[in-house]
Design a protein around this ligand. Structure first.
Ligand SMILES: Cc1cc2nc3c(=O)[nH]c(=O)nc-3n(C[C@H](O)[C@H](O)[C@H](O)COP(=O)(O)OP(=O)(O)OC[C@H]3O[C@@H](n4cnc5c(N)ncnc54)[C@H](O)[C@@H]3O)c2cc1C
Length: 399
């Protein structure tokens, strides 16, 4: 296994200890909640309560300026914090709020930052993301939701789909077309929309892994002029491309507890293979299973190494090739490996893996749930699209 430890000073070691002590005390045991793929009131309440405790320590916006609810700490401290959250299997922070925060930090006005960042930093305010539409997923530049100026207000009309956690959110960042004459991506702007504004209706969209995304309808929703984030007609490069190409997060990369789930799942399946006997011997001694586990381990280590590479690039300022290469390579690899990984784990554990609860459920049914979630790797853009960005923006190949 790859071994990498960034905390080589007493201060950083102490910081890691502080994070661990917090998690030991505050992370409810056995909390496996995932906001994309779980949907129950008690789960959501416990999840949000945990993140409000993290927010109370100002650790959500750890690296942001203190003025906006952060602590102004370093990227390496954030890396260590997230590494420990991943190791302790803490549920991921709702990433949409973090993406909005990154957009605000880079493109927001001072007033917008003061208004929105403290709520995200404290864990009090949740955000949804209104980018995809029923006819515009991968081809996002074809979106048809529109906004026009009426006096000093923007008026928003259209429909968004697949909004993760939007039914739990108070705000949504929405991409809309603001110049009916301009083609494709050159006419798109981003708006910060309060979800209790008149004219908004939301309907649930249930996914096959027990979670919920949402359809959101905007009917003549009036937004004050300062709802616009960034420049008018420039959201494609300023906001959206934060997901598709250049990372928007100023303090640099960090390990993602969500993706660390794959490491933890592999550990669980390996223990299962050590403890379970099949035809008189541990499953772990079966040559086919050993081969499958070796392939999984190889993929998991590749993902981990890609994280370390992106971290090292940020710290040293050295990158191999233009930035979209590292980011999109990592995303494309992960998005393709994830369902393959989950499928192979199901094959190793066998038909019993399908049992979700009760005494016969293997790994408490967690693998089965994980498997159902793995086929929804479209969130944030499909691997084919990541490959395309890699080819065009990263390698400069023609479309
Ligand atoms: C769990 C989940 C959560 C999500 N959360 C949000 C959210 O919060 N907010 C939001 O706005 N959206 C969200 N999405 C939507 C997500 O961004 C889209 O699913 C994604 O962009 C793909 O769009 P699509 O589903 O319409 O698939 P399509 O664009 O219809 O693609 C279908 C298939 O065709 C392939 N394809 C399409 N075009 C090309 C091409 N040019 N070259 C090669 N292959 C191509 C795709 O790779 C894919 O395999 C979420 C999706 C999921 C699954």
């Amino acid at each position: 296994m790859v071994d990498f430890c960034p905390d080589d000073t007493p201060q950083l070691k102490a910081w890691r200890g502080e994070v661990r002590a917090f998690l030991e005390a505050e992370l409810p045991g056995g909390m496996t909640f995932d906001y994309d793929y779980d949907e129950d009131e008690a789960g959501w309440d416990a999840y949000l309560a945990f993140w409000r405790k993290v927010g109370a320590k100002k650790w959500i916006g750890l690296t942001w300026p203190e003025e906006f609810g952060g602590l102004g700490r370093s990227a390496i401290e954030r890396w260590i914090l997230q590494e420990e959250f991943a190791e302790y299997a803490a549920p991921s922070h709702p990433i949409i709020g973090m993406a909005v925060a990154a957009g605000l930090l880079r493109h927001g006005t001072h007033a917008q930052r003061l208004r929105h960042l403290p709520g995200i930093a404290s864990g009090a305010v949740q955000w949804g993301e209104g980018y995809s539409e029923p006819g515009s997923g991968s081809d996002l530049a074809s979106l048809t939701t529109r906004a026009h100026l009426d006096g000093d207000h923007w008026v928003l009309n259209g429909q968004k789909t697949l909004g993760t956690a939007a039914h739990r959110a108070q705000w949504m960042s929405v991409l809309a077309r603001t110049d009916p004459e301009a083609p494709g991506h050159s006419a798109i702007s981003c708006f910060l929309v309060p979800l209790d504004a008149p004219g908004i209706q939301m309907l649930p969209l249930h996914n096959m892994a027990d979670g919920q995304q949402n359809q959101t309808f905007f009917d003549n929703v009036r937004l004050p002029a300062d709802s616009l984030l960034g420049d008018v007609n420039k959201a494609w490069n300023q906001i959206w491309f934060g997901l598709g190409g250049e990372a928007l997060d100023p303090p640099g990369p960090s390990p993602d507890p969500y993706r660390y789930r794959i490491v933890r799942m592999l550990r669980k399946v390996m223990s299962y293979c050590r403890e379970t006997r099949h035809r008189g011997r541990p499953l772990m001694e079966d040559p086919v299973v050993r081969l499958q586990l070796a392939e999984l381990l190889e993929g998991v280590e590749a993902i981990r190494t890609q994280y370390y590479e992106s971290y090292s690039n940020a710290v040293t300022g050295i990158t191999v090739g233009p930035r979209p290469i590292a980011l999109n390579l990592h995303q494309a690899y992960y998005k393709e490996f994830w369902p393959r990984f989950a499928q192979t784990c199901m094959e190793i554990v066998g038909p019993m893996a399908q049992i979700q609860g009760g005494r016969w459920a293997c790994l408490n049914g967690e693998l089965e749930h994980y498997f159902r979630g793995s086929v929804s790797n479209h969130a944030g853009g499909t691997s084919q699209l990541k490959r395309m960005v890699l080819a065009t923006r990263g390698l400069g190949l023609p479309r």
